[in-house]
Each structure stands twice: as C-alpha cells, then as structure tokens.
Ligand binder design. Structure first.
Ligand SMILES: CC(C)(COP(=O)(O)OP(=O)(O)OC[C@H]1O[C@@H](n2cnc3c(N)ncnc32)[C@H](O)[C@@H]1OP(=O)(O)O)[C@@H](O)C(=O)NCCC(=O)NCCS
Length: 186
C-alpha cells in the first residue's frame, strides 16, 4: 500500500532504508522508543529485513522530492478492550509516530498522520483510534489535538520504559487521546 500526500509518500519499508532509519533510531527521541534503539548500521539492516513484507500497517514516511525516509508511522488492528473475547472485531488502532528530529516543525507529522487516519478509518475498518503520549511530550500532544483527538485521561505512573539510576523502574505519566470514525467524518 502506498499513501500519497502533497509532500510525502508513505510506503512499506525496504532494505535500503537502513541508513535513513539509523539516523533517527540510533538515539530514539523519547523513552517509549528506547527498545527500538539501533546501535549499529548492521542492526538497522537487520531491522529493515524484519519490516519488509509489512505492507498494510507499518509505513516509512518519505519526502516526495528526494525519497528520503524522514520517519515512520504504524498502527495495528486490535480489539477495543483487552478483556474482549477473541471474536471481537479488531477495529481499534493505536498509532506510533516518529520523525527524524531534523524534519520536525514543518507539518510533516500532521500531513502523514492525517492521511494515515483517513486510510485506517476509510479503508481498514477503524472504529476508534487512540494514542498514548507522555505528559511532557508537547509536540505529540499538539499533533493529537490538531488531528481532532479528544484528551480522554491522564494515567499516573502508567508505564516504565527505562530505569532510574538506582535500577528501579522510572514510571511515566501518560495521556490518552482518541477519536472515533464518526467524529473523524464530521
Ligand atoms: C511528535 C512528532 C512526530 C511531531 O512532529 P512535528 O513536526 O512537531 O508535528 P507537525 O507535523 O504537526 O508540525 C509541527 C509544526 O510545523 C509547522 N509547520 C511549518 N511548515 C508547515 C507547513 N508547510 N504545513 C504545516 N505545518 C507547518 C506548524 O506550524 C506546526 O506547528 P503548530 O503545531 O504549532 O501549528 C515529533 O515531535 C517527533 O517525532 N517526536 C519524537 C517521537 C515522539 O515523541 N513520538 C510520539 C511518542 S508518544
């Protein structure tokens, strides 16, 4: 699947994306992506091999004019609530978005996320899209709000991605945002 916007092309990853992805995943910008850290270009190549073949829900965000991969966006279908039965519709999605920080502040994340939401709601049967974001992550909160997502709550000490210097879990406060298909189409 290819998603075409004014300045971007969202497309599946290919093996030759390793260098561009290494550029932003060598040092993940936020703790929630700490586990995605790539230490070497060889790790990046191995990671691209894993991503190849994922054609529906995981996209490289590329610049239309140069082809450079400047970030990524993904969301996979899930049931609306973890305790729902296994036959429940998989109509809920929670996107991850990340740009190479050299390309933020240009509206690219909004352009990519808007097109991705349109795709999920109109082509992939999404009923609800929700996003988690750290309470200190203002750019991500702002992006949620520009996409028309409602702030649904603040979960205190919700999750830990890294440890404190003394080895104990470093818990973070997390906002949840969401938007329904009927709200998106209004
Ligand atoms: C979160 C993240 C994706 C947001 O990216 P971003 O570039 O700040 O977001 P946007 O695409 O909305 O662009 C932001 C600004 O570009 C500006 N801009 C400049 N040129 C523009 C143009 N041609 N069109 C639209 N906006 C433009 C806008 O004014 C906008 O600022 P505003 O929100 O005050 O209006 C980015 O900060 C990031 O990758 N962070 C690290 C990873 C991360 O935190 N992920 C989320 C974890 S929860």
């Amino acid at each position: 699947m290819i998603i075409d916007t004014e300045r971007l092309i969202l497309r599946p990853f290919v093996e030759t994306d390793a260098e561009d992805v290494f550029e932003y995943l060598h040092k993940p910008a936020v703790n929630c992506f700490a586990s995605m850290k790539l230490d070497t270009i060889e790790d990046a190549k191995a990671e691209m091999k894993k991503r190849v073949g994922e054609t529906e829900y995981y996209f490289a965000i590329t610049l239309k004019d140069s082809g450079k991969v400047i970030g990524e966006i993904d969301a996979f279908p899930e049931a609306g609530e973890p305790h729902e039965g296994e036959n429940s519709p998989q109509d809920t999605f929670s996107p991850c978005w990340m740009l190479n920080l050299n390309y933020t502040g240009k509206g690219y994340a909004y352009e990519a996320a808007h097109a991705f939401f349109d795709y999920l709601f109109n082509e992939k049967g999404a009923r609800r899209i929700y996003a988690y974001t750290e309470d200190y992550n203002k750019p991500s909160q702002r992006l949620c709000e520009k996409l028309g997502m409602r702030r649904e709550g603040l979960f205190l000490e919700f999750i830990s991605f890294v440890n404190n210097p003394d080895g104990t879990p470093h818990y973070e406060n997390t906002y949840q945002y969401a938007i329904l298909r009927k709200e998106w189409n209004e």
